[in-house]
Design a protein around this ligand. Structure first.
Ligand code: IPE
Length: 270
């Protein structure tokens, strides 16, 4: 059986996180190039991408992660139902940039947006993952964080790409590795990135009970930040899958991590 790798391109990597709907095209290009290199080495790839400024800002403003809320508690410019549609459209727009970058490197990809096939949020969301198994050889299956329908009383909520990668990595056949490509950091740091090297050092090997202080920008982020990645990463590693968090901005680190080569970053040890 061919090796398979699940990759998450973080939203903070592929977009300018605090500027509404701003894509980092040059970053997408280098990531697509690295993904193509993995395919050429004979590895199958399942790609999940985050939302960054195409998801979090509007979702935060209209309280979409909290489910249905009284109309009086959200801005009057849009109803929550309109905001659900708007964020789904914005995510599709971001996904077009992703597919465009892949196409530039001759990678054929098919996207399955979660709002079409997944229900409820968190690690136990419902959805038929076998759709990802059935990709024709050489086709990369892509999905992303999204607003999905939920059981009442929430009615809708945010399904994070971090939950998607955990389920895909542990339920698809032949997955060897899960790689998180991150923006602004080289992996998991001992403290929030401040520019002070002593306060925020890279943790090269992170054990389950090691302490680290992740930065979680609650103002911006409606999902779980680095804490959720690490938690889902350890759940994945418990299944014998190797899990790496690396910079998506430096050299070919994402490619090297996907190929199983030694690379600077954080490896999770269950
Ligand atoms: C969030 O997905 C989805 C929306 C806000 C619509 P992720 O949790 O995977 O996104 P990033 O990587 O943090 O941007």
């Amino acid at each position: 059986m061919r090796e398979r790798v699940v990759i998450k391109w973080g939203g903070g990597l592929i977009t300018e996180k605090d500027t509404m709907k701003t894509v980092r095209k040059e970053v997408l290009d280098t990531l697509a190039n690295q993904l193509e290199a993995c395919l050429s080495e004979g590895i199958d790839v399942v790609l999940v991408h985050g939302a960054g400024s195409f998801g979090h800002l509007k979702a935060k403003e209209f309280r979409l992660a909290e489910g249905r809320q009284p109309a009086s508690t959200v801005p009057s410019t849009m109803s929550q139902d309109e905001a659900v549609k708007a964020v789904r459209n914005d995510m599709q727009e971001l996904n077009h940039f992703v597919i465009e970058a892949l196409t530039k490197y001759d990678v054929s990809a098919v996207c399955l947006p979660p709002h079409l096939w997944a229900h409820n949020t968190g690690a136990d969301f419902q959805g038929d993952l076998t759709l990802f198994e059935s990709a024709p050889k050489g086709i990369v299956m892509v999905t992303h964080g999204d607003v999905v329908d939920c059981d009442p009383p929430e009615e809708f909520g945010i399904l994070s790409g971090d939950d998607l990668v955990y389920r895909l990595a542990t339920e698809l056949s032949g997955v060897q590795r899960l790689v998180f490509a991150m923006g602004g950091v080289e992996g998991v740091l001992t403290g929030p990135p401040t520019g002070d090297d002593d306060a925020s050092k890279l943790i090269e090997t992170l054990h389950k009970h090691d302490a680290f202080k992740g930065e979680h920008l609650e103002q911006l982020d409606v999902t779980g930040g680095i804490g959720l990645k690490v938690e889902r990463g350890f759940q994945t590693a418990a299944h014998g899958i190797s899990v790496h968090l690396v910079s998506g901005e430096i050299d070919g680190r994402v490619r090297d991590a996907c190929l199983g080569d030694d690379v600077r970053g954080t490896t999770l040890v269950p």
